[in-house]
Structure formats: structure tokens, C-alpha cells
Design a protein around this ligand. Structure first.
Ligand code: 5AD
Ligand code: SF4
Ligand code: FES
Length: 348
């Protein structure tokens, strides 16, 4: 059933602690019923911080010249993928800034085939590489990727315009979700919450958009100002507690209303609170993306301030994450792809 907008606004407007707890509990019950309490891991490789775009909120936007750009080599990326497979993570996410040039497209295609090779064809592959042509989406799908994340960032066209330069095409971005679905991918999208100028109604509309697009996966997180961006001045008035609450409310509201989709508990939550990602799981999320990028590159991939695990290597994160998940009584879905139940249900 299509969620009721007033009901969405009501849930998203809750501020009292006891009512918030009730909302998270309700979401947790829905999660248990529809997707269970296994957390699926997707090791994330931040392949490159080179980006041709200039989103006003993002720390690695093209015009930010404060840091060095990197691209991980094929060998290093494959070694990380192999490690991920040996750790029995079911899947891998390949994420980078947006590039559409042919060299990049070829590199990714080869990398996807390589990942399949080093993992006996077993590691699931999710891509998060931005807007591409239908042809490119198809090539990467045929090479072996099967899930794709492309956040629309906000569904309010005016707000989108205020956060991006004029040459960023919102309509094309949205249409990419259709191209991805048509190609055969499990499709993920998402938005940031707490964006400057964003209202609760906007966020409710975002959720209705997710429902109408029938998406399989969601990755959402609070907006966190970054000093090296045109919106850097917002740092002064930023309230981490409110941002965290908004992020958790969004997860809970999506779980309650969209039920069987995969929802990620994002690193941005942990940037705001040491237990932010566990809180996300308790508010209804069921997917976690441990960072497996080599520490020497992590500093270069700061989309927002306060990103955690800048000095911890992937091995250290494994122990830390296992403890964190055990502490809330959940288990890890080792060796499983953990595909979206929503996707499975649509197929059958
Ligand atoms: N705060 C939070 N999330 C951000 N992203 C980019 N910049 C920020 C920020 N300052 C998110 C966007 C993008 C994803 C890769 O990171 O939603 O899609
Ligand atoms: Fe590039 Fe994505 Fe950052 Fe925009 S949000 S500048 S597309 S990495
Ligand atoms: Fe990286 Fe805890 S998840 S150290």
C-alpha cells in the first residue's frame, strides 16, 4: 500500500525521546518480520576520489583542490576484493567519484571480471559509480555486477537545483534508476536528510518516490557540512544530535512503510556518534558496508567531516564490527549475498 503522506510527516516529526524509541522499536519489529536480524556486509572499496562533478555539499567535488587525487591500482583493488572474499563478506561495493570517459569504463569492466575471478565467481558486486549511459550500465552488468546504488540526493527539484551547478541534470539522474532496472540490476537509491532548505514534507515525498520507483535498496544518511565546500559555512550552525536523530527517523520510517527493502546503516551516522551504525541497525537497517579501502587512501575520500576509521585498517574494523554487532544481539550473514527480499518478491 502506498504510504500515507500525513502519516510519514507525523513519524518524521517526532522529537520526544520516548516517542522516538517507540518508533525505532516499531521499525525493529517490522525488520524482524520481513528481513530478519542478520546484518549483511558489503565491503566497500573507495576506488578513486577523482570526480568530474561539483555538488555543493561534497568534500571531493572537482573544484576542491585541498587534497591529492588517487585511483587505486587494479592489483590493489583485486587484493582488497580477495581479502573481502576470504573474510567471507558476501559482497563488495565499488564506489568512486563520477567519471564517464572510456578508459574508466574499461577499467571498471575489467575490475568487475577480475573480482569474479579472484572469488570463484562468488562475491556479489554492487556498483556506486554515478550516472552513466545505458550502454555502460549494460556492459558492467554483463561483466558481473548485479546491484547499483545511485542516490537521487533529494526529490525536490528546486532543492536539487540549489545544491548542484546548473549542468547537473536532475531528470537524467532520476531516469538512470529506470535504465538500471531495465538492465536487470537490483536498484538502490537514497537521499540526504537535513539538507539546507529541506522540509519534513520534502523528506516524506522522498519516501513516496522510493515507493513509486519500487526500489530494492536504500542508502540514506544525514547531511554533514564539509569545510572545503561552498556550503562549508553551515558547519557553525550544525547540530550533530539533531542530524543523527533525523537520520535514524528516516531509516525507521522507511522500514515501517517500505518493509522488505534492504536498508544500509551508513558511515555518516557513525561520524555523528560512535555507536551511530548500531543505532541504525536498531532503527531498522539491515546492511552494513565496512570500509576495506587501504588506510593510505582513506584520508583522500572525505565526503563529509568526521568520517570514522581513518587510521584503522580493514582487519581492525572486522574485529570491531563483529563486537558491535554481537553487542546488539544480531548476527552477520557471512558468505551470503543478502539480496533484497523486495527484489526477490518482485521476480517471483
Ligand atoms: N554529507 C553527507 N553525505 C554526503 N554525500 C556527499 N556529500 C555529503 C555530505 N557532506 C553523500 C551523497 C552521495 C554519497 C556518495 O555521499 O549522498 O551520493
Ligand atoms: Fe562527485 Fe558524488 Fe561528490 Fe557529487 S556527491 S561531487 S558526484 S563524489
Ligand atoms: Fe573501523 Fe570500528 S568499524 S574501527
Amino acid at each position: 500500500m502506498r504510504p500515507d503522506k500525513n502519516e510519514l510527516v507525523r513519524m518524521l516529526s517526532i522529537t520526544k525521546d520516548d516517542e522516538l524509541q517507540e518508533l525505532y522499536n516499531q521499525a525493529y519489529e517490522v525488520k524482524k518480520k520481513y528481513v530478519g536480524t542478520k546484518v549483511y556486509f558489503r565491503g566497500i572499496i573507495e576506488l578513486s576520489n577523482i570526480c568530474t562533478k561539483n555538488c555543493y555539499y561534497c568534500g571531493i567535488r572537482k573544484s576542491n583542490l585541498d587534497f591529492q587525487r588517487y585511483t587505486i591500482t587494479m592489483e590493489e583493488a583485486l587484493a582488497e576484493a580477495k581479502w573481502c572474499y576470504e573474510q567471507r563478506y558476501g559482497s563488495l561495493v565499488i564506489q568512486a567519484g563520477e567519471r564517464i570517459d572510456p578508459d574508466w569504463v574499461d577499467f571498471i569492466e575489467e575490475l568487475i571480471r577480475g573480482v569474479k575471478r579472484v572469488s570463484d565467481g562468488k562475491l556479489g558486486i554492487t556498483l556506486s559509480l554515478g550516472e552513466q549511459s545505458e550502454d555502460v550500465y549494460r556492459r558492467w552488468f554483463e561483466a558481473g555486477a548485479h546491484r547499483y546504488l545511485l542516490r537521487v540526493e533529494t526529490t525536490n527539484p528546486e532543492l536539487y537545483k540549489s545544491l548542484h551547478p546548473a549542468d547537473h541534470d536532475f531528470e537524467y539522474r532520476k531516469s538512470c534508476l529506470d535504465l538500471l532496472r531495465k538492465t536487470g540490476y537490483q536498484v538502490g537509491t537514497g537521499v540526504m536528510v537535513g539538507l539546507p532548505g529541506q522540509t519534513i514534507e520534502d523528506i516524506a515525498e522522498d519516501i513516496l518516490f522510493f515507493y513509486d520507483k519500487d526500489v530494492d535498496m536504500l542508502g540514506m544518511g544525514p547531511y554533514i557540512p564539509h569545510h572545503g565546500t561552498p556550503l562549508g559555512h553551515l558547519e557553525k550552525s550544525f547540530e550533530p544530535d539533531n542530524a543523527l536523530k533525523m537520520g535514524l527517523k528516516m531509516i525507521a520510517t522507511c522500514r515501517i512503510t517500505l518493509k522488505d527493502v534492504n536498508i544500509a546503516t551508513t558511515t555518516a551516522l557513525q561520524a555523528l556518534h560512535p555507536e551511530g551504525r548500531e543505532m541504525g541497525l536498531l532503527a531498522g537497517a539491515n546492511v552494513l558496508m565496512p570500509n576495506i579501502t587501504d588506510t593510505k587512501y582513506r584520508e583522500g575520500y572525505q565526503l563529509y567531516e568526521g568520517k570514522p576509521c581513518m587510521d584503522e585498517n580493514a582487519n581492525q574494523c572486522v574485529g570491531c564490527l563483529s563486537r558491535r554487532i554481537a553487542s546488539i544481539g544480531e548476527t552477520i550473514g557471512f558468505d551470503e549475498w543478502g539480496d533484497s527480499r523486495h527484489f526477490e518478491a518482485r521476480k517471483s
